[in-house]
Write a protein that binds this ligand. Structure first.
Ligand SMILES: C=C(O[C@@H]1C=C(C(=O)O)C=C[C@H]1O)C(=O)O
Length: 392
């Protein structure tokens, strides 16, 4: 259980890093947000004195970050918690950052690790666009693609949940971690969710990325779901959408890798709510002395899984058609240690929480033969994780 004081989370199957308190924080903005964060982190870690008995990525000083999707507008956060707990298999560690002021304070802090209360009186309303308006935007995107303006664009929409009282984020986090064990459950500064998509992980010179694109809803009937999974694996529309996403990731990683493995065909990733076409890309980085995992995330963002192809045209169309600010939705979220190793996911199946209001986000890749009604249904499937996690 996490303490109430500024909890941060990055968890998958019980492994990961969590923390609380704020020892240091940066709020970078604009197109230089990643570079500013890297520079700040480099200076901070070079001044720190670290004593550690553990030699695992994620031990010692760790920063958690959540970055805005777009260059403008948008706030991003990089935060160094006062207390960090890590676990990887049989190894666990606890890191305290000196401003905690000794073990007495730590005890007091951990006493705050209470059970969070369930949200009360939650109701949902449309966000920027209602269902019909959003389908019209998808129809327009399909027209532009067929006219030859671009190849793929990812369009998202939001849904607003309002509760009778402020929501304790630890409640949905607990539910998400339990219900979506193969996803990365995250929370940094109000942005939370359980993402199935790993933008980049860098550990000791090895880099991996899990690319998703191409989705089908699950029915709850296992036999039917298997038939649907086979259909997804053969669907030319989904394979095309997927190919754009894999290519964008492979091209962005290539300059940093001495060797790379990009599987030729995707596998089908089964989640409780949806199934995705998935490809795990891996490589050996040759520049880990100069380049951090956050630099790699910045080079990969926005991949065609959340932007489109070509990127610049897709971003312009997103601004034109979505009618909302994505905030940190679909931006990089994760952690990094002093060596620059870290894991950065894409903030999907996610929401922004502020007091009694939670803004949920979901989007879909649109290609030449996308059907607006099917895409709307897909967003509903993608809202399910956070929606259910807000239930009592
Ligand atoms: C954009 C989202 O998901 C992305 C889009 C997908 C698709 O269009 O098939 C699949 C996985 C993600 O890469 C989201 O969940 O909001």
């Amino acid at each position: 259980m996490l303490p109430e004081d500024h909890p941060v989370t990055w968890l998958r199957r019980g492994d990961g890093v969590v923390g609380c308190g704020v020892a240091a924080e940066l709020r970078p903005r604009g197109p230089g947000r990643f570079a500013e964060a890297n520079e700040w982190w480099g200076q901070l870690t070079s001044r720190a004195i670290v004593r550690s008995d553990v030699d695992e990525p994620g031990s010692g000083l760790v920063a958690f970050g959540s970055f805005a999707f777009a260059d403008e507008p948008g706030d991003s956060t990089l935060v160094v918690p006062e207390v960090i707990l890590g676990r990887r298999g049989d190894v666990s560690w606890l890191t305290t950052v000196s401003s905690v002021g000794g073990l007495d304070q730590l005890d007091r802090r951990l006493e705050l690790a209470t059970t969070p209360p369930a949200p009360v009186g939650v109701s949902f309303t449309d966000g920027a666009l209602n269902g019909d308006e959003w389908m019209a935007a998808v129809g327009e995107a399909v027209r532009r693609i067929n006219r030859g303006d671009l190849e793929k664009v990812v369009l998202a929409r939001d849904l607003i949940a309002t509760a009778a009282e402020p929501i304790d984020v630890r409640w949905p986090l607990r539910r998400l971690a339990a219900d979506y064990p193969t996803c990365w459950t995250f929370h940094v500064d109000g942005m939370f969710g359980a993402t199935p998509e790993l933008l980049v992980r860098r550990e000791r010179g090895l880099v991996t990325s899990r690319v998703l694109a191409g989705t089908i809803r699950r029915t709850g009937d296992d036999a039917r779901d298997l038939t649907l999974a086979a259909r997804l694996a053969r669907s030319s529309k989904d394979l095309e959408e997927h190919e754009y996403a894999v290519r964008s990731v492979a091209e962005a990683l290539e300059p940093h890798c001495s060797s790379m493995n990009v599987p030729e065909a995707p596998f089908v990733l089964h989640l409780p709510n949806v199934m995705h076409l998935a490809t795990d890309v891996a490589g050996v980085v040759h520049d880990s002395e100069e380049i951090t995992s956050l630099d790699l995330a910045a080079a990969l963002h926005p991949s065609a899984a959340v932007g489109g192809t070509p990127t610049r045209d897709a971003l312009a169309l997103i601004t034109e058609l979505e009618g909302m600010d994505r905030g940190r939705y679909a931006g990089p979220v994760g952690w990094m240690d002093a060596a620059g190793d870290g894991e950065w996911g894409i903030a999907l199946r996610s929401a922004a929480i502020e007091g009694d209001t939670v803004r949920l986000f979901a989007g879909c890749g649109i290609v030449a033969d996308s059907d607006p009604e099917a895409e709307l249904a897909e967003t509903q499937g993608k809202f399910v994780p956070v929606r259910d996690a807000l239930g009592g």
